[in-house]
Design a protein around this ligand. Sequence first.
Ligand code: UT7
Length: 319
Amino acid sequence: MGFRILGTGSALPARSVTNDDLSEFLDTSDEWIFPRTGIASRRICTTETLDDLSLEACRRALDASGVTPGQLDLIICSTTSGDHLIPAQACAVAEGLGASCPAFDVSAACAGFVFALDVADGWFARGRAERVLVVAAEKMSRVVDWQDRATCVLFGDGAAAAVLAAGGESPLATSLTTEPAVEILHVPGIAGSSPYDETERAASVLSMEGRRVFKFGVNAIVDSVRTLCEEAHVAIDDIDHFVFHQANERILSSGVARLGIDDAKVARALSETGNISSACIPLALDRLARAGELEAGQLVALVGFGAGLDVGAMLLHWG
Ligand code: UT7
């Protein structure tokens, strides 16, 4: 059966926070952050809710695809930092759009958008849906520890969406893996107020073993691209665009160098957004699409990786 992407959209908060802005309250500097990460600034929510950003991204994706909310058969939202623990962020999107289809969330951290595409692919394969809206929305400023300079400087907020239609040649290959390791990149759940709870209550903020995640990220890019090529019987040089998770410019450039990829084919949206977890990949896709750089028939490789440790990779046939 397969699917094709009809249109994409994205939305970022208005407030841009530069590395110099961070150095006003953290012992850090642009001289430390930019060379190590490629991040110059990030967008951070002030008055915007994640519902606002999700809806804006979805409306833009629907406009770009010529699909109305009433034509949707399913809405999937990838998030780990939603406005609601209950209900799913996707339900808020459905309500805001006035859609009446099933709506639920997928939680696979930075790999979540690709995991959500794979869930949608299953709905198409089973004949359960003709049109699916997949949105990735993250408010990482909610979960980072703003006193931890080793992590809070890396992340940003934003949302991006894609409208998928049944019938098409995507995906040519898919690879989803989990190398279970909870503590390496972790945000504990909310503590709650149960009078019976005797477990340890850690603050619900992000902690990360940066160096281990760095190595894992480079290997995820290299191994996933090779797996996609083997599964789809294509050569790396046949792929027109590489859209990798935007965690760190040095992770991207190490993976690219090891694979011998033409650097001009690698999407980059990191320097002014930071790491927006699962929204990175659809945001980069949306930018490519709106810049007119994605042509029908081109091959696009997506690789998302992060907490879990989850890796989601997919080879798309554009248009
Ligand atoms: O979606 C996946 C998300 N995760 C990632 O992308 C993380 C991948 N990992 C990384 O990008 C890198 O490991 C980091 C950029 C997070 C850190 O770079 P690093 O070269 O591994 O630095 P480090 O953690 O080993 O720290 C080196 C030094 C330390 O100081 P000392 O102990 O040598 O005196 C840190 O305290 O740099 C210090 N440091 C900072 N200094 C200024 C850590 N963060 C900062 C900072 N500003 N923001």
